[in-house]
Design a protein around this ligand. Structure first.
Ligand SMILES: Nc1nc2c(ncn2[C@@H]2O[C@H](COP(=O)(O)OP(=O)(O)OP(=O)(O)O)[C@@H](O)[C@H]2O)c(=O)[nH]1
Ligand SMILES: [Mg+2]
Length: 704
């Protein structure tokens, strides 16, 4: 396998709404470039980048898949790394996690639906990091696909920097080619053919439209560039040798978002797409310098991303393969990584050997001798390295920033089906968590139940299915749990005294505390205000521990108590009978007494939800939200769809996915994130407390 350097590398993430055609487009590029023997289809499970069992079963991408093509003329051959991300809203965080390692995004849009909810979401991710974007309108062969309407929806959503570089020739099932608006040439294709176009004249019926679009494009490129403007006014156009580099620069600087047209499945326009990628998307060597934290206590560190700098890599994805073990996907941010090199993991302070580094073509590892700055590769069997870690030459520490992800939106209680499944459960879930950044697994300290949390119902279903197939662990899911909290609304000033005299050594601890509420999110604050040794210093941490432990167990309904402050201001001790445990007990007693008077109350998680439905369902959705104690925050209309933004308690939204599907006959979509905690309305508190008591019924009461 040929080794490429930064100037001949293009790293692109394919991002967009679910089913827009990303995975199929990757298949088409692989086929056209001769990297596959047969076209990989999503629908029969042969697509190169949808290779996981779950992806094949569900006919959709679930995790980012890697592939590459070598494209261009012999001397100037370029390797295009394609990172195919999922568009389904519950897996779209994979796209977010991929963006820091690419140099541009290919935003794939369906030629029928135009801009959709997730299109806007991933666009926002790119905006956050100023990532250059190229838009590909795919599935142009479908019935009702419409270039003009799709372009309109794109400009409406993303502004006038959205500029077509092509026009499609023919439409729907008669789509036959494209016009290149930069070089003013036409290419025709056979539906389902080789993907290689035949050059020809621009069809007469498109000549005027092409000329007009070309001029608009040239004007936009020249805008703000004096010498190009002059040339444009003088000659009425800009020659290709000036236009191409100027356009390349405009795309790199986010001044133009070019639009191309393809049919992935029909393999139309795909060679041109790859030519455009080579010419117009930024090379890996053009990536701006990347700032990071120094691993030691040195000055802030930065890498320009050249071969000459010390090697550093960033791990953006981990696959937990039951046979091959852990596979880490990484980008070489700087330097040259040689096979068998040992790098220091600066995040975890361990050394790791990169034995058998490779490129990934879907699930297939292609061995490579070295990887240059800007390239993307994989390695198996790193010991301690996980997603988000930075590794590099030990003498040049740096740590690149990770990606901030939302909190999980749904929680289930999970139980092993049999005793034999019990051991496999924990092992399997921990392996899965390595590859799945949005999966959480923990034990509820109150109920002792195992809980798993994720982005939504389907996410958890995928996890359960993987558990069964990969780790042979059968589990049962129970009703999702709402992670209620408790807090106080009043103040208290109490004494907690623990005294026991049972022959021999006694126990004695005594503390006086004041308790008051903190603002939401304030968690817990402990202030030591003891003067004059009323309690010796070494007994103060035990008091705090006693309070913390008691708060974790809850007061009203067994949920952790949060957002309160305790001031320890007085107490007493006994020379012989006082010890750590006695003061812990005193702390607990004080906490309980304080809760009695401090107006305890329940808090519930509130979600923000954004729902998109065809206009005719808007009324139904609003009424329904109302019955779920929802609060509408805003409404928007976009090409026949109503977008509703609202806040609603998690407890009311546990089955929203299924409910929305039945309310809208499957035509609505939504996404939801946990936002904040709020006080549970008084009339509901009693019910929740009762319910929790019933659930905890069998729990032995802790002894005092
Ligand atoms: N007619 C037509 N169908 C296409 C085209 N591209 C993809 N499809 C079909 O559309 C469906 C979704 O395509 P995918 O390639 O899986 O879309 P995706 O964007 O990768 O979807 P996610 O992975 O869920 O985000 C599949 O049934 C494809 O066969 C196209 O150009 N024309
Ligand atoms: Mg896909």
């Amino acid at each position: 396998m040929k080794v490429y350097e930064g100037a001949n590398l293009r790293n692109l993430a394919l991002i967009g709404h679910g089913r827009a055609g990303k995975t199929t487009l990757v298949s088409a590029m692989l086929q056209t470039a001769g990297a596959t023997q047969r076209f990989g289809h999503v629908d029969d499970g042969t697509a190169t980048t949808d290779y996981d069992e779950e992806e094949i079963a569900r006919k959709m991408s679930i995790a980012t898949g890697l592939a590459f093509v070598e494209w261009g003329k012999d001397s100037g051959k370029v390797k295009i790394n394609l990172l195919d991300t999922p568009g389904f809203n519950m897996f779209v965080h994979e796209a977010k996690m991929t963006l820091p390692v690419v140099d541009a995004a290919l935003v794939v849009v369906d030629g029928v639906a135009g801009v959709e909810v997730v299109t806007e979401r991933v666009w926002g991710y790119c905006e956050e990091i100023n990532l250059p974007r190229m838009i590909v309108v795919s599935r142009m062969d479908r019935e009702r696909a419409d270039a003009t309407r799709t372009l309109d929806s794109l400009t409406k959503a993303f502004g006038r920097a959205v500029t077509p570089l092509q026009l499609p020739i023919g439409s729907e099932k008669n789509l036959s080619g494209i016009v290149d608006l930069v070089r003013m040439k036409a290419y025709s294709y056979e539906m389902g053919g080789s993907g290689k176009g035949k050059e020809g004249p621009i069809p007469a019926n498109l000549a005027d439209a092409a000329k007009e679009a070309h001029e608009k494009l040239v004007e936009l490129v020249a805008e703000g560039k004096d010498e190009l403007m002059e040339e444009f006014f003088e000659k009425g156009t800009i020659p290709e040798e000036h236009l191409v580099p100027a356009l390349h620069e405009a795309i790199r600087e986010d001044k133009i978002f070019p639009v191309l047209f393809t049919s992935g499945l029909g393999n139309i326009g795909v060679d041109e797409l790859m030519d455009f990628i080579v010419d117009y998307t930024p090379a890996a060597s053009e990536h701006h310098a990347i700032a990071g934290q120094p691993g030691g206590n040195g000055a802030p560190a930065e890498r320009k991303g050249t071969d000459a700098e010390p090697a550093s890599v960033y791990v953006f994805k981990t696959v937990s393969d039951p046979f091959a073990g852990r596979i880490s996907y990484f980008k070489v941010f700087s330097g040259v990584l040689k096979n068998d090199a040992t790098l220091q993991n600066f995040t975890r302070n361990t050394a790791e050997k990169f034995a058998h580094i490779s490129l990934m073509q879907g699930k297939q590892a292609v061995p490579i001798q070295e990887l240059h700055a800007g390239d993307v590769g994989a390695v198996a069997k790193l010991k301690d390295t996980l997603t988000g870690d930075t590794l590099g030459e030990k003498t040049a520490p740096i740590q690149y920033p990770g990606v901030k992800l939302p909190e999980p939106a749904i929680t289930f209680a999970i139980e092993p089906k049999t005793r034999a499944d019990e051991d496999k459960l924990g092992v399997g879930l921990h392996k899965l968590m390595e590859e799945d950044a949005m999966l959480r697994f923990f034990r509820d300290p109150q109920t002792k139940e195992f809980l798993i949390a994720g982005t939504g119902q389907q996410h958890i279903e995928v996890v359960v299915s993987k558990m069964k197939k990969r780790y042979h662990a059968e589990v049962v899911l129970k009703a999702p749990k709402v992670p209620y909290r408790e807090t106080i609304r009043g103040k208290a000033d109490v004494q907690g005294r623990h005294k026991k005299q049972t022959g021999g050594h006694g126990q004695y601890g005594d503390c006086k505390i004041k308790m008051e509420p903190l603002p939401r999110g304030g968690d817990f604050e402990f202030v030591n205000d003891i003067f004059g040794g009323a309690i010796p210093k070494n007994y103060i941490p035990p008091v705090e521990k006693g309070i913390r432990d008691a708060a974790a167990r809850g007061y009203l309904a067994g949920y952790p108590v949060v957002d309160f402050k305790v001031v320890l201001y007085d107490g007493s001790y006994h020379d012989v009978d006082s010890n750590d445990l006695s003061f812990q007990m005193a702390g607990r007693i004080a906490f309980k007494k304080a809760m009695e008077v401090a107006k305890p109350t329940l808090l519930e998680p509130i979600m923000t939800v954004e729902i998109t439905v065809p206009d005719e369902f808007a009324g139904t959705i609003m009424g329904d939200l109302n019955s779920r104690r929802g609060r509408i925050q805003g409404m928007d209309n976009k090409s026949g769809n109503t977008i509703v933004k609202a806040e609603a308690p998690m407890a009311e939204m546990l089955t929203y996915g299924a409910d929305l599907t039945s309310m809208t006959q499957g035509r609505g979509s939504f996404n939801m994130e946990m936002h904040h905690y709020d006080v549970v309305p008084a009339q509901l508190q009693e019910k929740i407390i009762e319910q929790s008591k019933r659930e905890r019924g069998e729990q032995p009461q802790e002894e005092e």
